[in-house]
Design a protein around this ligand. Structure first.
Ligand code: THG
Length: 647
């Protein structure tokens, strides 16, 4: 039996107990600078007192005795003393080179203690969770107010630091990996990318526990996400548990725990602080009080694993273990038990969630933040006028965009850098970053640069079978590591599909390949190519109708997928005549939505209501879209000249 299945079985029978604070217990030992240094670091040029993780190398006896105390108190799972054992966090002490060793030792010391207790109480196996803290850096927030696009560390540096930590924890014998005190989801996504890479490298998976921190009564993470948005952004690691720890006591944490418990597909954890800190920064909630609050969490069916964070001690853990021993664990809900279960729908996120359901309105993807689609945006970005470029994004949001498409594909631009700068800035504007981002590029390096900047669950736009199956699946695999959805264009090795048959055949083939590789159909967005009509070329006459018919068939053939299109492409022949263009978009959308179109890349704020399109114009436009008469284009061109004057 694997660790995961053993744990899952246990978690279905009772509430498991996690240990309490490490720091609080270390304080009880009144250690001096000399204890932290030992002989090995006696001459280290920096102060080391305060580097709790270093005690693994200099006073492993202290750490081992704390593990013992928690196991004796009834902890089923103990956490390694490796919260800050990444090269990034250890750099504060000039000890970044120790990261791997600290993690190996941290897991080894905990493993030894857990194994001793498992041997003593074989009916109660003990587990080691490798603690992985958030580091002291934020990927979503600039440390320099004057320079909001700046980041003190890159996604790749953070991912590499977490890879090293994970390898150490695994090599030292950890059973689980616990990403905890998550306050910036992008840090957590870097850690998840690291874990998925290490699992692949090792050819095995370790169960992952996630624990997020809500810093205040706003109910949001430090980086501004709601809990539902957070969970949507990190689900792709398929955690064995998700929960809350730190910052708050049990009393303040309860409403957020209830929110998470309602939507979590995995087991739920909670290890709050021992109340809120007093005037001296100390915690004085007594063990019985913490235990009675946590007992109520279990009685309410909210939790599967309980423990303590700052200020909790073995006395707290003993009281908690006693209080919940006889209570049943939270049953994991599902679509069968909950009719409003979110995970049967396409779920995306920015700071907030975007759920795309059958009853949802049409989803508008704002197109203007595109250097090839807007001369103004292009001018602002190439001139480095990012504040004004951000206003273009804000206008799209205020115009009703539910998702923001960002494209920096211009020959004269460093597109990777422009994508990074712009998305880092978007992250600092809550009114914009509220909505999910669609990262639009024909270059993989630009798509990946974008993926490294968004804490939410966004959409990659796009991938296709253009370069063959292997390239397609490789990109899809990487997109999954970042937890994004993906637009798949109806494009294959022989080119862009323009007939209904080819559009449907390519999408069906892509669907088979992607779902076969484990991609959730709900994360696939097919784009059957909106192509320009009324161009004067006979072979373009059916393009409007083909898109609409293909949409209908793709939705029927590929359960779960969404269909999208770049609507403004349709009217390229009428550039400069916005009255006709908007009428064409409006009529096209009216029919495409009825055929199952879920979303479209549009100029948000400019869409005209179908019923408001003048009758004559509408008839001429629909003649073109449906290729209803041989002279449809001629007649629309002729009318266009007249309405241009009127408009
Ligand atoms: N499918 C997918 N992604 C896409 C497209 C698609 N991304 C790009 C494009 N097509 C969708 N975006 C736009 C953006 C703007 C315009 C058209 C499509 C547009 N712009 C005006 C023009 O060119 O006339 C520019 C006017 C101005 O400069 O202000 O029409 O199909 N997956």
């Amino acid at each position: 039996m694997t660790t995961r299945s053993t744990l899952e079985q246990l978690l279905r029978t009772r509430v498991l107990v996690l240990d309490g604070a490490m720091g609080t217990m270390i304080q009880r030992h009144h250690l001096e600078e000399a204890d932290f240094r030992g002989t090995r670091f006696a001459d280290h040029p920096r102060d080391l007192r305060g580097n709790a993780d270093l005690l693994l190398l200099t006073r492993p006896d202290v750490i081992g005795s704390i593990h013992d105390a928690y196991l004796d108190a009834g902890a089923d799972i103990i956490e390694t003393n490796t919260f800050s054992s990444t090269a990034i966090a250890q750099a504060d002490y000039g000890l970044e080179s120790l990261a791997y060793e600290l993690n190996v030792e941290g897991a080894r010391v905990a493993r030894e203690a857990a194994d001793r207790w498992s041997a003593r109480t074989p009916d109660r196996p003990r587990f080691v969770a490798g603690a992985m803290g958030p580091t002291n850096r934020t990927l979503s927030i600039s440390p320099d107010i004057a320079n909001p696009a700046f980041r003190a560390v890159s996604f790749d540096q953070m991912r590499e630091a977490y890879e090293e930590q994970a390898r150490g924890l695994i090599d030292g014998g950890a059973d689980l990996l616990l990403l905890e005190t998550i306050f910036d989801t992008l840090n957590a996504k870097a850690a998840i990318a690291a874990l998925l890479a290490v699992f692949e490298e090792r050819g095995a998976e370790w169960p992952v526990m996630l624990s997020v921190t809500i810093t205040d009564q706003s109910g949001r993470t430090l980086s501004g996400q709601t809990l539902e948005a957070f969970y949507t952004s990190v689900r792709h690691v398929r955690p064995i548990s998700v929960g809350l720890n730190c910052a708050l006591g049990a009393r303040q944490i309860r409403p957020y725990l209830a929110d998470l418990a309602r939507i979590s597909e995995s087991f739920v954890t909670c290890y709050p602080n021992a109340g809120l800190p007093n005037a001296f920064g100390a915690y004085d909630e007594l063990p019985e009080e913490t235990a009675s609050l946590l007992r109520e969490f279990a009685e309410a069916g909210l939790v599967n694993i309980l423990g303590g964070c700052c200020g909790t001690t073995p006395e707290h853990i003993r009281a908690i273990a006693g209080a919940v021993a006889a209570l049943p664990p939270r049953p994991v809900p599902s679509a069968e038990t909950d009719e409003s279960w979110p995970w049967v729908h396409t779920q995306l996120s920015g700071l907030e969630i975007l759920s795309i359901r059958p009853e949802s309105n049409f989803i508008m993807v704002g197109e203007r933040t595109n250097v090839t689609g807007s001369k103004r945006f292009a001018r602002l970005v190439s001139g480095g006028l990012y504040a004004e470029a951000l206003d273009v994004a804000l206008d799209q949001v205020r115009g009703g965009a539910n998702i923001l498409d960002v494209n920096m594909d211009e020959g004269m631009l460093d597109s990777e850098a422009a994508m990074t700068t712009f998305l880092n800035l978007v992250a600092t504007e809550p009114e914009i970053s509220r909505i999910p981002i669609m990262i639009d590029s024909s270059k993989w390096s630009v798509l990946e640069a974008g993926l490294k900047c968004v804490q939410g669950k966004g959409i990659v736009n796009s991938i296709s079978l253009k370069e063959g199956e292997q390239d397609f699946l490789e990109k899809a695999r990487l997109i999954r590591r970042y937890g994004a959805a993906m637009v798949v264009m109806a494009f294959d090795e022989t080119g862009q599909a323009d007939t209904v048959e080819r559009k449907v055949a390519i999408c069906a083939r892509a669907y088979g390949l992607l779902t076969g590789a484990g991609v959730d159909p709900l994360d696939i967005v097919f784009d059957p190519n909106v192509l320009a009509v009324a161009t004067g070329l006979e072979e373009h006459a059916e393009y409007g109708r083909n898109f609409i018919e293909a949409t209908r068939r793709i939705k029927a053939a590929c359960p779960g997928v969404k269909v999208s299109g770049g609507v403004s492409n349709l009217s390229f022949a009428f550039r400069g005549n916005d009255v006709v263009r908007e009428a064409m978009h409006s009529a096209f959308l009216y029919h495409a939505i009825r055929a199952g179109l879920d979303m479209g890349i549009v100029n948000a704020g400019q869409l005209v209501v179908y019923e408001d399109v003048p009758r004559e114009l509408l008839e001429h436009v629909e003649d073109v879209i449906f290729n209803r008469r041989a002279d449809a284009t001629e007649r629309l061109v002729e009318l266009a000249a007249r309405v241009r004057g009127a408009g």
